[in-house]
Design a protein around this ligand. Structure first.
Ligand code: TMP
Length: 214
């Protein structure tokens, strides 16, 4: 059985670290896995990622931003995700369609119905079987994320979204929580303010449940 599992949350929530730890855990259990990220995961996606996340000297309007995220996703689904699922792999994906609903919908204010249509088109209606939402106060996450950036060279800072104010990040958090309330069967909310080992244990528990039910 193959699954798409997405890891979501605000900036600095620790999802990428947890994804790597989860990948090790699944490998130890001999589950064939693939780890990937959005935007990214393909040569096109990596280029789009640079345009979208690195601070550049040009503006990107909300509508262009949305279409670029969705374009990267369309390529990712066809080039990487569908073939991996066909091979029976479990995919751990660092962000997926929910991020677009929340960032470009809730926070940027683009119509949700329109985003849903675009997401369905890009993904051929592929949805994660499980979405782990790493939840913590926006202030804590933003502080962590900005701290992490300070040691990076200027040209590799992926901080266009981190430059947004606290209010933007609070909207992101609330947006994710409201998606989780709408689809309680798919989402698991994890308290990302806990320590790293406790969070990992909880992630493993959810993955084990999925495995037992497969
Ligand atoms: P991350 O790899 O650190 O999660 O960075 C990805 C950034 O891109 C993050 O700020 C969220 C943002 N994003 C969107 O705004 N829309 C999307 O559809 C995706 C996948 C990410």
């Amino acid at each position: 059985m193959s699954y798409l599992i997405s890891f979501e949350g605000i900036e600095g929530c620790g999802k990428t670290t947890q994804l790597e730890m989860a990948a090790k855990f699944l490998r130890r259990s001999n589950i064939p896995i693939l780890t990937t990220e959005e935007p990214g995961g393909t040569p096109l996606g990596d280029r789009i990622r640079k345009i979208l996340l690195n601070r550049e000297s040009f503006d990107i309007c909300a509508e262009a931003e949305l279409l670029l995220f969705v374009a990267a996703r369309a390529q990712h689904v066809r080039e990487v995700l569908q073939p991996a699922l066909a091979k029976g792999q479990w995919i751990l994906c660092d962000r997926f369609s929910d991020a677009t609903m929340v960032y470009q919908g809730f926070a940027r204010g683009i119509d949700e119905k329109w985003i849903k249509k675009l997401n369905d088109f890009a993904t051929m209606s592929l949805k994660p079987r499980l979405t782990l939402l790493f939840d913590l106060p926006a202030e804590t996450g933003l502080r962590r994320a900005l701290q992490r950036m300070t040691n990076l060279p200027e040209n590799s800072k992926e901080d266009r979204f981190e430059q947004e104010g606290l209010n933007f990040h609070e909207n992101i958090r609330n947006g994710y929580l409201s998606l989780a309330r709408r689809e309680p069967d798919r989402f698991r909310i994890i308290n990302a303010a806990e320590d790293i080992t406790a969070i990992h244990k909880e992630v493993c528990r959810h993955l084990e449940t999925l495995r037992k039910n497969s």
